[in-house]
Design a binder for this molecule. Structure first.
Ligand code: GDP
Ligand code: MG
Length: 440
């Protein structure tokens, strides 16, 4: 195969142009409740549509454990083949991750392309990535997914490109491709490490500022909240994974305080672990945050399962130790009674503090601002400081860096009661003529 270095991966995994008619397959184990099983399939259908596919049928089977050859039972697999023969479907999507062997066996049996949920998510991510970093992260995840499945992908490709004298790749060609992909993977990892280092430097420059990160299930309203809180123009979409690139904005929380708020990629159940791994550096923002705002769609009946999925991903990223504030969003879509039920449920659940808001109702956002302000203040030292009356520079710094509570002057001296970040307090002590009168 003659392709240039930069284009190898994207060409190998290009699969979104044709309109695909898909059959979905859900094969949960017996412990999964009926409602949850259906919810998962509905979400898979949404994902398939997001990727440009059309769902024409859904097949279900309860399994004790995945079948080693086909994931579903062999009889069910043949039923699927019959269904394919009587419909126009040209794609089968499994809700669960298939092993490379299962994928290959199924394609051999069915004669159409077979995908699983992780691959579908990767495909959507590929069309959403905007920044160079996000593109590299998605490409890396795709290549790592692809590598053990190369043989299958190749036969799929050679079917598409049948006309150009490709009669199916020989072993040599496969080996060459494996090597090329291997090289590309280490290349991408190296570049991503460089980006991560640059990010770390950038973060260092923001030390001392209060930082919060928005995390949550996809479509919960994270970007909407960041936009509403900061007034920034950010992309919001009623579709899965509208945002892939993390954005950081300054949010005014009142009383002269500000917080840096970062939007992150949304989570979803069965998120491919390659993807989590490759998005690690984007999520570093969350790791160093003083507070995680865990956004939950209050109008979503399955919010508890969504919340668990988010917690699992956070655990995967080693982020569960960060303080959290639950932000129940979209309260404009629920009744007061439903909100009361929710509140009772949360109290019963645990001690994580929670606020109820709607990104569409500016006045409700004061609850988020207040919660942020309270956190910022709890990290502040309240002091009474005395400074020379002429020291306008220090006085301005106090207003800028802290929260001035009271100010008195007696001609030569000014006394200020102020809440200050500990780091700034240290710097203040070094100035001429400054006296700390009282620590509260
Ligand atoms: P993200 O994936 O978490 O970033 O979610 P988005 O901010 O992109 O929002 C997903 C969808 O929910 C969009 O259609 C938003 O307009 C909608 N949305 C977000 N917040 C609210 C809200 O408070 N109320 C209502 N009714 N819709 C909202
Ligand atoms: Mg978003």
């Amino acid at each position: 195969m003659q392709v240039e270095d930069e284009t190898i991966p994207t060409q190998l995994i290009e699969n979104r142009t044709p309109v695909e008619r898909a059959i979905l397959v859900g094969a949960p184990t017996r412990e999964v409740s009926q409602r949850t099983a259906e919810e998962h399939l509905e979400e898979l259908a949404r994902l398939a549509e997001t990727a440009g596919g059309e769902v024409i049928a859904v097949i279900r089977q309860r399994i004790d454990a995945p079948n080693a050859r086909f994931f579903i039972g062999e009889g069910k697999a043949r039923e699927l083949r019959n269904l394919l023969n009587t419909t126009e479907a040209n794609l089968v999507i499994f809700d669960d991750e298939l092993s490379p062997a299962q994928g290959k066996n199924l394609e051999d049996l069915l004669g159409v392309r077979v995908m699983d949920r992780p691959e579908l998510i990767l495909d959507i991510f590929a069309t959403r990535a905007r920044t160079r970093e996000a593109k590299m992260q998605v490409e890396l995840a795709q290549l790592e997914y692809l590598l053990p499945r190369l043989r299958r992908m190749w036969s799929h490709l050679s079917r598409i490109r049948g006309g150009i004298g490709l009669r199916g790749p020989g072993e040599t060609q496969l080996e060459t491709d494996r090597r090329l992909i291997g090289t590309r993977i280490s290349d991408l990892k190296k570049k991503l490490r460089e980006v991560a280092r640059a990010r770390a430097v950038q973060r260092k420059g923001r030390e001392g500022e209060f930082r919060a990160a928005l995390v949550g299930y996809t479509n919960a309203g994270k970007s909407s909240l960041l936009r509403a809180l900061s007034g920034a123009d950010l992309f919001v979409g009623d579709r899965l994974f509208a945002t892939l690139d993390s954005a950081t904005r300054t949010v005014d929380v009142g009383s002269g305080h500000q917080a840096l708020l970062t939007d992150t990629v949304g989570f979803i159940r069965k998120l491919p672990h390659h993807l989590i791994a490759s998005f690690r550096s984007t999520l570093e923002e969350a790791r160093e945050a003083d507070l995680l705002l865990h956004v939950i769609d209050a109008s979503e009946p399955d919010w508890e399962e969504h919340r668990e999925v988010v917690q699992e991903v956070l655990a995967d990223l080693d982020l569960t130790h960060r303080p959290q504030l639950l932000v129940f969003n979209k309260t404009d879509r629920i009744t007061h009674e439903e909100e009361a039920t929710l509140r009772a449920r949360i109290r019963a659940l645990e001690n994580t503090p929670a606020v109820f808001v709607s990104a569409l109702r500016e006045e409700s956002l004061i609850r988020v601002r207040d919660a942020l302000k309270a956190r910022i203040r709890s990290g502040l030292k309240e002091i009474r400081v005395s400074l020379p009356a002429g020291d306008g520079e220090t006085l301005a710094a106090l207003y800028r860096e802290g929260e001035v509570l009271a100010r008195r002057g007696n001609g030569t001296k000014v006394e200020v009661d102020v809440r200050l970040p500990a780091a700034f307090l240290g710097r203040l002590l070094g100035r001429d003529g400054i006296e700390i009168l009282e620590r509260v």
